[in-house]
Design a binder for this molecule. Structure first.
Ligand code: FDA
Length: 390
């Protein structure tokens, strides 16, 4: 077709928000280029072929926000269920509610405690180490919540997440460990929370469903860019280091491995969406059972269920980058890449955004919120007022 007015690299929430705004608000033709075989980025979900249960392919995605503008925007594309996220953990053969709260502490200690009693109990154990003297993650954890809670609920999980003994992790990666002295066990405390009624992919497809938007899947932008007009403005949401051919070195990420299994021996494996495994000798960090994200769906089979075990490790070249590691070395590289990115905006009208393009963990509502801001502050003024792109 005709040349696009705007190219968006990546069809995750960031890219689709920019594309949707430019198409709807400015009537611009937008070409969205996506390397994977489907749109949606990491929020993509699909029905498991055997059971029809919706599975989030790149890890469980729970939508929550306190940003009213984002909430109103996303409600144009989907309705939400009343789902409220809650997590439990197994440690040494017993189950506890997460994040650590008064019920967790009472259960662990084996007796009823008031909030004040629980605070005193934790403070007594935490007195073992002064926070100021903590030299590694373990010391800091013990200084913050005391050895019993640290060992049960943070040590094993952290060791598995980082594949490193917490004694060998810097104290600086932890500033606080969440402990609530109430029986509130809701995972998120945001104003709005829920899951898209007919799934993430339906939501993401509705964002792209506009006559001005073309999504080209199975296409790596690096293979296509030479065929696009040289001066077309571009929003790049792929990995920042890859854009610059890794000239400052690779940025460090953690990745996850997912092991999915359809059980035909039971329709309910664990009675809850997410069970964490805190013991060090269990190799996975958690199990998701996807049917429980949609208890309202009557179409799910009663005699089968889908579970996904999650394993965490450092990403190698070619792995999916999931969580920025953010070592001091990473931050130094990031500064240099950011400098290059600023020049790229001036010289080639390329803006960088999203999780990969900024090397920042972003929840969905943050990715959408920052895309709306980029659109308002940079893209719309450039198109409508001819302001400079950078
Ligand atoms: P995203 O990664 O989604 O999209 C980028 C897209 O660009 C990808 O589709 C990629 O294939 C494409 N791309 C990259 N390079 C390209 C190239 N050269 N050419 C073409 N395409 C290219 N958030 C939340 O709110 N609640 C939650 O529960 C979770 N849970 C969660 C679990 C896990 C395991 C992760 C990793 C993340 C979450 N998130 C989350 C965060 C959520 O996934 C995140 O906010 C969005 O994916 C961000 O959208 P982006 O568009 O920035 O990136």
């Amino acid at each position: 077709g005709a040349d696009p007015d705007l190219v968006v690299v990546g069809s995750g929430f960031f890219g689709l928000t920019v594309a949707e705004r430019a198409a709807t608000e400015l009537d611009k033709r937008v070409l969205v280029v996506e390397r994977r075989s489907h749109l949606g980025g990491n929020a993509y979900s699909e029905p498991d072929p055997e059971t029809g249960i919706e599975v989030h392919r790149y890890g469980a995605h729970l939508f929550h926000t306190s940003n009213t503008r984002v909430w109103e925007y996303v409600n144009r594309f989907t309705d939400f269920t009343g789902y409220q996220h809650r997590v439990f953990t197994i440690y040494e053969g017993r189950v506890y509610p997460m994040p650590v709260n008064l019920a967790t502490i009472c259960e662990y200690a084996g007796r009823a405690m008031s909030p004040d009693e629980a605070r005193a109990w934790v403070a007594g154990h935490a007195a073992e180490i002064d926070v100021a003297d903590a030299e590694n993650f373990e010391d800091k954890g013990v200084a913050l919540v005391g050895r019993p809670l640290y060992e049960a609920f943070f040590a094993g999980y952290t060791a598995k997440q980082w594949q490193t003994d917490p004694k060998d992790l810097p104290a600086s990666i932890v500033s606080r460990l969440p402990v609530r002295y109430t029986f509130d066990n809701r995972y998120f405390s945001d104003t709005y929370e829920g899951l898209p009624v007919d799934g993430y992919t339906a939501w993401l497809e509705r964002m792209a469903d506009h006559p001005n938007i073309e999504v080209r899947v199975d296409t790596d932008w690096f293979d296509l860019r030479d065929q696009l007009p040289a001066d077309v403005p571009t929003v790049y949401t792929g990995p920042l280091d890859r854009y610059f051919d890794f000239c400052e070195g690779e940025l460090g990420w953690r990745t996850l491995d997912f092991e999915s299994e359809v059980l035909t021996t039971t329709g309910d494996f664990q009675g809850t969406p997410v069970m964490n495994y805190a013991d060090r000798d269990v190799p996975f960090t958690r199990i998701h059972e996807f049917r429980h994200f949609h208890p309202e769906r009557t179409s799910y089979p009663k005699d089968k269920t889908v579970i996904v075990r999650e394993y965490s490790r450092f990403a190698q070249h070619g792995d999916e980058p999931y969580y920025p590691i953010n070592t001091a070395e990473d931050r130094a590289k990031l500064e240099r890449y950011r400098e290059l990115a600023r020049k790229e905006a001036t010289n080639r009208r390329v803006l960088f955004g999203g999780r990969l393009g900024t090397y920042k963990y972003l929840d969905m509502h943050m990715a959408i919120g920052s895309a709306l801001t980029l659109f308002d502050n940079r893209i719309a003024p450039w198109f409508t007022e001819g302001t400079s792109f950078d």
